[in-house]
Design a protein around this ligand. Structure first.
Ligand code: ATP
Ligand code: MG
Length: 602
């Protein structure tokens, strides 16, 4: 069988092989999933209509719980699951794991859908099937499966108190102790389960447990709870249920009912795999699901330096007002990265680079930034901006050009190279008697090796003329308020005389006459420590006090056309984006995505 892995390699970097690709390629070669010819689980009211499955297809799924916004770790899981489906001609389902009635919210559902689409993935099948699922759609089936387990003596209702249950579970050194309720008859258990379902028992009074082995060295097999009582309204099923399945029970069933072939999750679930298989083996024996079964595979989660990726901690940063929201450009959420200016391709390439392994490791945040630079280097329009403005006056302007009001038209390329054969676009701006320069580009007494403006020195105003500094003006406190210089006629960039005067530096500038004022938000790392929440560290104490500096800058007139989300390279300062929420043409706001090179800590 030819591997479809070479399809759709557009734009992104080559995809190296990894252990998941090897498993899938081997399954495709062996036809492991080819015997599926059923249209749904027998007796499953919500069975799917996809009918006989194309034997060459794999099915993966991304199963978020809609209890928060997705973060960069989820982006990895999305890229793995949707990426494998794309590469092997399969489909990836988006499944909301809404088994926990209380924590879920429509806002998060919408945010998750948006994030997956934005990253460039879709759950539609080849025939346009909407592979968007809800765990709660399977509640009926899950309950029937629970009754089946009870009838087969494979599950029992335990009425020990939660404390007793905890104590009797044992630990890594001690085996567990059997519950006094463990040997109830199937009939008694069935009646009790039905009482649970009918709402006759209060929250916490009983749980349904799988009957496996209280002495198992794998604690997950010590009769895990599969249903708990929760008198709570559910967003989808309303008040139909007062018992809800546990994730570890629900998840394998969801996978089986959706005909998932490769159920890919993070390593924390490795010890759950024996229960995953135990459950599906029994349900298959009972004819509730058909072979072959989905298989679970685990990979190492993404740990990224200088961020936290616990939903609880991210929610705290938002709820406490420490950050402005889930989409604060400092948040490692997908909405945050998006607003910061990261592109979908940069995130996908990052996920591809870090690869899929089973090894625990930390990935340097600088790699994510490098992927962004790589994506924008050729395509982001260049612009000049002055972040810490100081006025410079060309005192001989009228003498040289005949009038103080005279303006010289200047141009610079907007991109370093032509793209796709198109001519290199140009930016236009004007030079007049007064310009804004960067405060740090003038030194009354230059430090050793300083090549920029100081009295007697010549520099080029980039894209304009060579000028010679003649002095400065100061206020009563001795602070420089204006730099004075003269323009050297005949030295304009792009004219034959441009190189007649040699200079050691060209400085960036913006014309006072045509520059625009803009708010520039200089974002930096959110934490000062590369692993802010590892080893019991207090991440809140490790927040970077300088993670945001806001400046009022002058920017060149070409930026008047910037639309929200447009990305630029501000010469010498890095990559910036017009803020997608706050930018407006009459009130420009730009966010720094990242500097031109990695300078953190230097
Ligand atoms: P919690 O379950 O504690 O709310 P979670 O991060 O596990 O948080 P889910 O919505 O359950 O959130 O995650 C959806 C999927 O994303 C899961 O399959 C999970 O394994 C995966 N995932 C979560 N964090 C990471 C990470 N850092 N790296 C890779 N995959 C991750
Ligand atoms: Mg989870």
């Amino acid at each position: 069988m030819s591997s479809p892995a070479d399809k759709d390699r557009s734009s992104d970097i080559p995809r190296p092989s990894n252990f998941l690709r090897q498993i899938i390629e081997s399954d495709l070669d062996k036809g492991t999933h080819a015997t599926r010819t059923w249209g749904g689980a027998p007796g499953d009211a919500q069975h799917h209509s996809q009918g006989a499955l194309d034997e060459a297809r794999i099915r993966t799924r991304f199963p978020p719980e809609p209890n928060g916004y997705l973060h960069v770790g989820h982006a990895k899981s999305i890229c793995v699951n949707f990426g494998l489906a794309r590469d092997y001609g399969g489909v990836c389902h988006l499944r909301f794991d809404d088994t926990n009635p209380e924590k879920e919210d429509q806002e998060y559902v919408d945010g998750i859908i948006d994030a997956v689409h934005w990253l460039g993935f879709d759950w539609k099948g080849a025939q346009g099937e909407e592979n968007l699922y809800w765990a709660s759609n399977y509640f009926d089936f899950m309950y029937r499966a629970a009754e089946y387990l009870v009838q087969r003596g494979l599950a029992y209702v335990d009425e020990q108190s939660p404390e007793e249950m905890r104590a009797n579970r044992g630990d890594f050194t001690r085996p567990g102790v059997n519950s006094p309720f463990r040997d109830r008859s199937p009939d008694e258990n069935l009646a009790r389960l039905r009482d649970m379902k009918a709402g006759k028992l209060p929250d916490g009074a009983a749980v349904l447990r799988a009957k496996i082995d209280m002495a198992s060295p794998n604690i997950n097999l010590r009769d895990p709870a599969i249903y708990r009582i929760k008198h709570a309204e559910h967003h989808n099923t309303g008040n139909d249920w007062c018992i809800y399945p546990m994730y570890t029970y629900a998840h394998p069933i969801e996978d089986a009912l959706e005909h998932i072939t490769h159920s890919i999750c993070t390593l924390e679930f490795e010890d759950q795999r024996p229960f995953y298989d135990w459950l599906l083996d029994h349900l298959r024996e009972g004819g509730l699901i058909a072979p072959p079964q989905p298989r679970q595979y685990e990979f190492a989660r993404l740990n990224l330096t200088y961020v936290v990726t616990s939903k609880r901690k991210l929610k705290h940063l938002v709820d406490s007002g420490l950050l402005t929201g889930w989409d604060d450009p400092r948040m490692p959420t997908i909405v945050g990265l998006r607003r910061r200016g990261f592109t979908p391709a940069s995130i996908r390439n990052f996920c591809e680079r870090i690869g899929v392994t089973k090894d625990y490791s930390w990935i340097d945040y600088a790699l994510l930034e490098a992927c962004l630079r790589e994506d924008l280097e050729a395509s982001a329009h260049r612009a000049m901006v002055v972040l810490e403005p100081l006025k410079l006056e060309l005192t001989n302007w009228a003498e040289v050009f005949g009038s103080d009001a005279h303006l010289e038209d200047c141009t610079l390329p907007a991109l370093p190279h032509a793209q796709d054969g198109a001519p290199v676009p140009e930016r236009r701006f004007t030079l007049g008697r007064e310009v804004w320069i960067e405060r740090e580009d003038f030194a009354e007494e230059p430090p050793k090796g300083y090549k920029r403006l100081f009295p007697g020195n010549r520099v080029r105003l980039k894209g304009g003329y060579v000028i010679e500094c003649t002095g400065c003006e100061k206020d009563a406190q001795g602070q420089v308020t204006k730099v004075l210089a003269t323009v050297l006629p005949g030295t304009k960039s792009g004219t034959p005389g441009a190189d007649s005067v040699k200079v050691k530096a060209a400085i960036t500038w913006v014309g006072v006459q045509d520059g625009l004022q803009a708010e520039v938000r200089l974002y930096d790392r959110l934490f000062t420590d590369p692993q802010p929440d590892s080893g019991g560290k207090d991440y809140l104490a490790l927040m970077n006090p300088d993670s945001l500096k806001v400046t009022t800058a002058w920017v060149e007139p070409s930026l008047a056309a910037a639309q929200p989300d447009d990305k630029f390279q501000f010469e010498r300062f890095g990559y910036f984006v017009a803020d997608r929420k706050d930018h407006a043409s009459d009130r420009p706001v730009f966010n720094r995505i990242t500097g031109l090179k990695d300078s953190w800590g230097k």
